[in-house]
Write a protein that binds this ligand. Structure first.
Ligand code: NDP
Length: 249
């Protein structure tokens, strides 16, 4: 179907070198997009870029200068920017009273502030291209709370509201901004929790109507949809990709 075709488009995927980001990047590349993989680990990013037929740019998104480098280098090396997936994210699990402010800022700046900054920087490039698509990765913690995840939940709640506000601001420029809320997905981020937190694996299976953990490959379709003309009248929404986790009472 032509409206899902991404030929000629350039997509930046932060954290595109593994997990959910790589699942999305694979979908975008399969639909014809040229993918820029942005991550901290050069070897991991180079391997992903090679597989995808794209390029890798090494960045630490905690640094404002690296957000700038990412967008500038993309424009310089690829000539345009049409799609930005703000996917890079971390979690530090503690009770709220136990976080240092440095830990709080690390989570907020990685998950939310860098997404704001990259989007802001991408805006000019997307305007030049006649429009664009921004896909922000939230979480079930955009909707629910949990005792051990206050900065993470704050950042992921912020992702949804940031997407709505940007959607309103940039609709006139033909830029659509949406968020995707993953359920429990089997990646590096959750693998440690799965072994460290007793009973987590069983609780996830019991709570998820689909009866399984999600896989990075479950995010290829939503990425293509939200990055393509097929979703041109969709903006400001938050779509759960969670095997039904958020609708089970
Ligand atoms: P991974 O740990 O596999 O991936 C995280 C990615 O973020 C890595 O590619 C990492 O790159 C990148 N990253 C982290 N910090 C930085 C930084 N400072 N600068 C640049 N890149 C950075 O986890 P997931 O795939 O699970 O997570 C992807 C997104 O999905 C996150 O936003 C996460 O919060 C969200 N999510 C995940 C869920 C799950 O169950 N897995 C559930 C809900 C949301 P590198 O390795 O090079 O450092």
């Amino acid at each position: 179907m032509k409206s899902f075709d991404l030929s000629g488009r350039v997509a930046v995927v932060t954290g595109g070198n593994g997990g959910i980001g790589l699942g999305m990047a694979r979908g975008l590349a399969a639909a014809g997009a040229k993918v820029v993989v942005a991550g901290r680990n050069p070897a991991k990013s180079a391997a992903a870029a090679k597989e995808l037929g794209g390029i890798a740019i090494t960045v630490d998104l905690l640094k404002e200068s690296d957000c700038k480098k990412l967008i500038q280098e993309t424009a310089r090396q690829m000539g345009r920017l049409d799609i930005l997936v703000n996917n890079a994210g971390i979690n530090i699990r503690k009770q709220p009273q136990e976080y240092s402010m440095a830990e709080y800022h690390e989570v907020m700046n990685t998950n939310l502030t860098s997404a704001f900054h990259c989007s802001q920087l991408a805006y000019a490039e997307m305007k030049k291209a006649g429009g664009g698509k921004i896909i922000n990765i939230g979480s079930m913690m955009s909707i629910f709370g949990a005792s051990f995840t206050t900065p993470y939940a704050s950042s992921k709640g912020g992702i949804v509201q940031m997407s709505r506000a940007m959607a309103c601001a940039w609709a006139k420029d033909n830029i659509q901004v949406n968020s995707v809320l993953p359920g429990w997905i089997d990646t590096d981020l959750t693998r440690r929790a799965r072994t460290d937190v007793a009973g987590l694996h069983e609780r996830v299976l019991a709570r998820t109507p689909a009866g399984r953990w999600g896989e990075p490959g479950d995010f290829a379709g939503i990425a293509v949809f939200l990055a393509s003309a097929a979703s041109d009248f969709l903006t400001g929404t938050a779509i759960a990709v969670d095997g039904g986790y958020s609708v089970q009472g």
